[in-house]
Design a protein around this ligand. Structure first.
Ligand code: AMP
Ligand code: MG
Length: 468
């Protein structure tokens, strides 16, 4: 069948993208197709169609492939022009519930934004994004989704030659903080306003009648981003490259590069090989949340008020609220993880004291095993502080706590050693370990033998590399 494309971005936002067809893959081979997601989107699609459309071998009727313009602060330094250097937005589809989704190809060839890059991607990082984003979705965190990975039959030149692949990604949209920055940096206030109007209509339609619509929009983005980062923190997820071009206005996790899940609890955890200062360390993610939102505020300033000083005051008032709003979102996540009964003024201290007690203990299994002291003990080198903490926690629980906890604390996360083994096998042509791991992370609250334990000693320290 064909997709019922309805391409509002291309229609409503001229000047924010460049038309560019994806490269034609010479020998596409479908590696993985997300039938469940396709069905949820109302896309009936055969394997042959998926293989052709999601590799760039053929462009489906109604698609209008474009590369989007955006800028971004990368590790704190501003790049006025990034943009889709290896991605093509095919268009938008409306699901059965009327929700609008971007269908994007990643690794699909050069665009006018490619700078020195080849526009390509290798099999392993594309399967990695597929695996981790589907895990995040199953864990209940807002995220872009993955529809397919197709090997192109081409070799991509990295340190060694690697098999190439294209990822088909589904997103609420690809509007980023950096999209606003691109036009703000050029002084194109009319485009910033057009983007804000579009983003509001698409992602925050409830704000339509607000008295100060752009301020309300900014506050709403703060709310979604604070909830998102709180969700990451609850899962021990380290995104690894929280540049402003990797922060989606919709509030979804986007651009899975050097991300990974923390195993032993260590707030300073960094996985990315290029993050030498720990800017995007686990514990720093809430700080960067505020930093990135300040950059968004700067881009939106002219929309807040015609009077520059007054606009800055309004932005600052909103920015000052972020820390409190984040802390509240995080505390809500942690209360859920601990299965607490209602709310108590001492809950913040209860959580803080748990964190102090669990240094080095496996983040995921500690929460999963809190109700079973015999299973919990072996996770700790020294159980003294936990032994003192447990009675305080039990006093805040009720008969339903353990059942609630089992529904929010995963048994299965993508364990780093298993991700690496699955991707190495897939690169060598064997997809079986990837498929087994994918099935496990798609049902993360079910106990599954063989997928629950941290890396054996001797694995690591774990280092990840940007999605090259
Ligand atoms: P990322 O680190 O994936 O978020 O990408 C940051 C920027 O680099 C974006 O503008 C990408 O489009 C661009 N980029 C990353 N890899 C490539 C590549 N192989 N070819 C061209 N552009 C790339
Ligand atoms: Mg990016």
């Amino acid at each position: 069948m064909t997709f019922a494309f309805d391409n509002s971005y291309v229609r409503d936002l001229p000047g924010t993208y460049l038309r560019q067809p994806p490269d034609v893959a010479p020998a596409p081979q479908l590696l993985v197709l997300n039938r469940r997601l396709a069905a949820d989107l109302g896309l009936e699609i055969t394997e042959a169609e998926a293989q052709a459309w999601f590799s760039g071998a053929a462009v489906p009727v109604g698609a209008e492939p474009v590369a989007l313009a955006y800028a971004g602060h990368q590790f704190g330094g501003f790049s006025p022009q990034l943009g889709d250097g290896r991605a093509h937005l095919l268009g938008e589809v409306l699901g059965p519930d009327g929700r609008r989704w971007d269908i994007q190809l990643k690794g699909s060839g050069r665009t006018p934004f490619s700078r020195g890059g080849d526009g390509k991607a290798a099999v392993a990082p594309m399967l990695r994004e597929y695996l981790i984003s589907e895990a995040m979705a199953a864990l209940g965190v807002p995220t872009t989704r993955s529809l397919a990975v197709v090997a192109t039959g081409e070799e991509v030149a990295r340190e060694v030659g690697l098999p190439g692949a294209v990822l088909a990604r589904v997103a609420a949209s690809h509007l980023r903080v950096g999209t606003f920055q691109f036009f703000a940096a050029r002084g194109e206030t009319a485009q910033v306003k057009a983007l804000a109007d579009y983003a509001m209509a698409r992602h925050y339609p409830e704000l339509g009648g607000a008295e100060q619509p752009y301020l309300a929009f900014f506050e709403a983005v703060i709310g979604r981003q604070a909830a998102l980062i709180a969700g990451w923190m609850g899962l021990g997820f380290v995104h690894g490259v929280m540049n402003t071009d990797n922060m989606a206005i919709s509030g979804e996790t986007i651009d899975y590069g050097p991300c990974a899940f923390m195993e032993g609890y260590a707030p300073e955890t960094v996985f990315s090989s290029i993050d030498r200062t720990g800017r995007y360390a686990y514990e720093n993610q809430p700080v960067i949340l505020g930093w990135n939102l300040a950059r968004l505020a700067e881009a939106l300033l002219p929309l807040f008020d015609a009077d520059g000083e007054r606009a800055v005051d309004l932005a600052n008032a909103a920015l000052e609220g972020i820390a409190g709003r984040y802390r509240a979102a995080w505390l809500a996540v942690m209360r859920g993880k601990l299965g607490l009964a209602g709310e108590d003024a001492g809950d913040g201290a209860l959580v803080d004291d748990l964190l102090a007690a669990m240094a080095g203990a496996d983040w995921t299994l500690t929460f999963r095993r809190l109700g079973d002291e015999a299973a919990l003990r072996p996770l700790f080198a020294d159980f003294t502080a936990m032994a003192a903490w447990l009675p305080r926690w039990r006093a805040r629980t009720d008969a339903g706590s353990l059942a609630r906890m089992a529904a929010v604390n995963p048994a299965v996360i993508p364990r780093n050693h298993q991700v690496e083994a699955a991707l190495a096998a897939a690169t060598a042509g064997d997809l079986a370990p990837f498929e087994a791991l994918l099935a496990a992370v798609q049902a993360p609250f079910a106990e599954r033998e063989g997928f629950m334990l941290p890396a054996p000693t001797g694995f690591g320290p774990y280092v990840t590399f940007c999605g090259t």
